[in-house]
Write a protein that binds this ligand. Structure first.
Ligand code: ATP
Ligand code: MG
Length: 393
């Protein structure tokens, strides 16, 4: 009795014209994440199935759980599509199982198969009743749900269902640049953007010596958590020290954060052009801090016309924390190392900044050349899920 992993695409099925593109993107992602296993992957318009070795099953499942675009999967028994083979597999399977009541739910997607779904259920139900003593059919609360899928060449029988990661396959959208700080919100935002299919590169603004190497390592480890959902993650590290020092030397303290964030956005836009990215992604959440009031967001956002995705914009902190725990970034995020934003935080940042004033503050120093230097001197690290040490490009 041969088992395979049967994969259902879910949300992809709404994408009529693009269907093949989505399926091929998912296929490549599965191939990439399972490259260290001896598997064979087959695809058609509504299912994929994977042949695997039993001893690898748990490890393969944990990989599949992090692949966006998989809605549901089943560990299924596979058999040639003809009614006698299906019946005899079913008899062999139920023989060794312990249950008192059952229900057969079958689906015939091969329309040339002569038996309709409605006929298949009673037919296969009768097979079970005849070959298994003491069991009854219970269509409402069966102890065992027997699912049968009749497809063109092969048919599948299974008793289980595992939820996949959902969303769209990674790479079904172009690249976006995630502003990744060491905090709780930005990794969650990265995860949510990736779930919509966006290829994510991370950008970390570093202010050595005001921030430590531990803070950088924290961001690397957060990137590694995101790399579970991707082939790998590129982390671009920006030396933000000269700009930050200029801001704090020249600007009114209450406007420092506003100006700092306008500088970050300007750099993000330039980096997006450099790395062919189509959006900026960050962990801003409306009202969370002074720089995230709507007034602040407008003044800060004014420096770029790129789309800025803020996946957690309307989430409560507790909702964000729940997600951070789910994706295993929370324990890293709460490590205490200072970020460049917290090192320089003024006592009374402006809550409702004016655009006019922000522009006046920026006239106090020559930031354009500093921005170009920051963009040109970015360090890029490729972070992989399973590596202990990241390699500097
Ligand atoms: P987080 O929001 O990730 O929990 P935080 O609360 O320390 O971290 P905020 O001050 O709320 O960060 O900043 C809002 C967003 O700006 C962050 O979610 C992140 O996307 C971005 N950001 C802040 N600091 C940095 C940084 N040093 N490098 C990259 N992005 C940053
Ligand atoms: Mg935050």
């Amino acid at each position: 009795m041969k088992r395979v992993i049967l994969i259902k695409y879910g949300e992809l099925s709404t994408k009529k014209g693009n269907r093949n593109f989505f399926i091929n993107t998912l296929y490549r992602m599965i191939q990439n994440k399972l490259k260290n296993f001896d598997v064979k992957i087959y695809k058609d318009r509504s299912r994929m199935y994977i042949e695997f070795h039993d001893s690898d099953l748990d490890k393969i499942k944990s990989k599949l759980d992090c692949i966006f675009g998989i809605h549901m999967y089943h560990i299924a028994y596979i058999v040639d599509t003809n009614i006698d083979s299906i019946k005899s597999l079913l008899i062999d399977l139920v023989k060794n199982m312990n249950f008192k009541s059952f229900k057969v739910e079958s689906k015939r997607s091969d329309k040339s198969f002569p038996i309709h779904s409605q006929e298949l259920n009673p037919l296969l139900g009768a097979v079970v009743l005849k070959n298994k003593d003491g069991v009854v059919v219970d269509v409402h609360h069966p102890e065992l749900l027997i699912k049968v899928e009749v497809r063109e060449k092969y048919s599948f029988i299974y008793f289980n269902a595992y939820h996949g990661a959902g969303g769209y396959p990674l790479g079904s959208q172009p690249r976006g640049l995630l502003m990744l700080s060491g905090g709780i919100d930005s990794p969650v935002s990265g995860y949510l953007a990736m779930k919509r299919g966006v290829l994510v590169d991370c950008v970390y603004f570093e202010a050595i010596p005001h921030t430590s190497l531990e803070a950088r390592n924290k961001v690397i480890e957060l990137s590694r958590k995101l790399a579970k959902y991707a082939p790998d993650i590129r982390l671009h590290i920006v030396n933000f020290t000269p700009i930050q020092e200029e801001i704090y030397k020249n600007c009114s303290p209450s406007y420092c954060i506003t100006i700092m964030r306008r500088m970050m956005y300007r750099i993000m836009e330039k980096l997006a052009n450099k790395y062919q990215a189509y959006a900026i992604i960050n962990g801003e959440s409306v009202g969370q801090v002074a720089s995230q009031t709507l007034t602040s967001m407008r003044v800060i956002n004014e420096v770029t016309c790129m789309p800025v995705l803020r996946p957690v914009a309307c989430f409560d902190k507790l909702e964000i924390i729940d997600l951070a725990k789910k994706i295993d970034t929370y324990d890293i995020s709460i490590l205490p190392y200072e970020d460049c934003c917290t090192v320089f935080v003024p006592k009374h940042p402006v809550i409702n900044p004016s655009l006019e004033q922000a522009k006046k503050e920026e006239e106090k120093f020559d930031f354009l050349s500093l921005i170009d230097v920051a963009v040109d001197s970015v360090d890029t690290i490729v972070v992989r899920e399973e590596e202990e040490f990241s390699d500097l490009l």
